[in-house]
Design a protein around this ligand. Structure first.
Ligand SMILES: [Zn+2]
Length: 192
């Protein structure tokens, strides 16, 4: 892959779909992509605890479909953050292909119902169903004003601000937060 180095996944957004978008990022000016091949998509789902069952055979188009899904999710979030009405047809087209099937299950330990989501068709998209469900939940149940992008000018990472004060500005305090604080300090010094 040209100019793209395989990277470690970042789990800092507080949401599976946003973490999925964050699989493509830039570090020290170098583009990184966690979804470098089919196996790395499976590993990512495993690490985020969203691999429902290990597929016997990994669909050959898993990485390609994953990146396509990622682009669609990113487009919707970007349009939202830019105050534009999101264009949903491409995402809805993917939903069409997933063919969700909802089934009811009973959790006897906790005495409550669980809604199971299954897919009619076994495909790359059905493996990615947890990401799609997370996106649907994010857009319909979470407060959209808490979906943010890191304020560092060179950072592309998204997160859901789940802090009490809802004043989270950085993907991570230890990286961008600190970096930007140091930069602001230097800027102030220069002006003195
Ligand atoms: Zn950042």
């Amino acid at each position: 892959m040209p100019n793209t180095i395989q990277a470690s996944p970042l789990f800092l957004s507080g949401n599976v779909a946003l973490d999925f978008i964050n699989t493509q990022y830039s570090e020290n000016g170098i583009d990184k992509d966690v979804l470098a091949n089919n196996q790395s998509v499976i590993s990512w789902l495993e690490q985020v605890g969203q691999l429902k069952e290990s597929p016997n055979v990994i669909p050959i188009d898993l990485m390609v479909i994953s990146k396509q899904l990622r682009t669609e999710l990113k487009n919707i979030i970007d349009q939202l953050l830019n105050g534009q009405p999101p264009k949903l047809s491409a995402f809805n087209h993917l939903l069409d292909e997933v063919q969700f099937l909802e089934q009811l299950d009973w959790d006897n330990d906790n005495k409550k119902f669980i809604l199971l989501k299954k897919c009619r068709v076994k495909s790359s998209l059905s493996i990615l169903e947890p990401v799609i469900s997370s996106m649907l939940y994010l857009l319909t149940h979470e407060n959209m004003q808490y979906i943010r992008q890191c304020e560092a000018s060179d950072c592309v990472l998204y997160f859901l601000d789940l802090t009490k004060s809802h004043r989270r500005r950085w993907c991570s305090m230890s990286t961008c937060g600190n970096r930007m604080k140091v930069a602001a300090f230097r800027e102030r010094k220069k002006k003195q």
